[in-house]
Design a binder for this molecule. Sequence first.
Ligand code: ATP
Length: 325
Amino acid sequence: MSGAGSKKVAVVAGDGIGPEVIESALAVLDGAGAKFELIHVEIGLARWKKTGLAMSEEDLETLKECDCILFGAISTPPDPNYKSVLLRIRKELDLYANIRPFQSQDLDFIIVRENTEGLYSGLEEVGVEESHTMRVITRRGSERIAKKACELAARRKKLTIIHKSNVLKSDCLFLETCRAVAAGRGVLCDDMLVDAAAYNLVVNPQRFDVLVTTNLFGDILSDEAAGVIGSLGLCASANLGTDHALFEPIHGSAPDIAGKGVANPVGAIRSAAMMMQWLGEPEKARRMEAAVQRALACGAKTPDLGGDCGTADVTKAVVENLRIF
Ligand code: ATP
């Protein structure tokens, strides 16, 4: 897949179904004519089992040196002292904006999740009788995620700020800051409590366009949104910062189906398409998405969507459809 003077893409296949769906994404990128140098980096549980380390400082440097990262999924090692590698990567590379598009025949909305603070600040005191986790909301963090969300909403219909400011006073700062950014940019905006948003995502998802929210709320609402769309396996994401970008399906390593060849590769393929868009190849990204949609419409579906295709069948169908578009 390499080309002279080409961009460098770090590939972290990871654990569980990560390597299976990344293999599929790479096959589709190849079929779309993508040209870049792939740098494979072993990070995660398999690495931890071999070396006692899930990710080294050198790995982190490699990730920083590449133009962007294509990420599968990693499992959490059974170590009480282990801290999430993905959270560390998001923090170290300052990947503050997690953009998660959800599309189906009649739905089209985007969850923009703040990715570096909130309840995932990592500031914890763990005791036997009592434990504390610090929820961090800053004006700077709220402002920059609101700006990212407004960039998207300005090209679409409207922004909805999701919060719990009636109970969590830290969310007053988030809400007020997001409102000010939206007003300053002339973006149509409303807001909703997170519990109401969880309900509305199920009963009236058409009311949403671009949602912006804090870290934990975004994490939970995204999985719910994936269920509304049809499967976790369909959904992609971009983790964007100022200098770095990481693209990953929103699902985890799914150990329950790993190695069975039935993982839905669409989320990983769509993540690779988002990567192509970000790398300045919108035509390849468009062809990849069109090929996915046509393959699904022709019945290339894994069991999570009620089909009986394997990961390899769906990949083949998408690659074949690339020739049409
Ligand atoms: P992790 O601890 O890595 O987050 P998990 O099993 O807790 O793993 P997910 O990997 O997100 O969380 O899986 C949740 C459920 O969704 C599992 O039953 C899994 O089999 C299913 N699932 C996730 N991704 C896919 C996929 N790509 N194709 C089919 N099913 C999937």
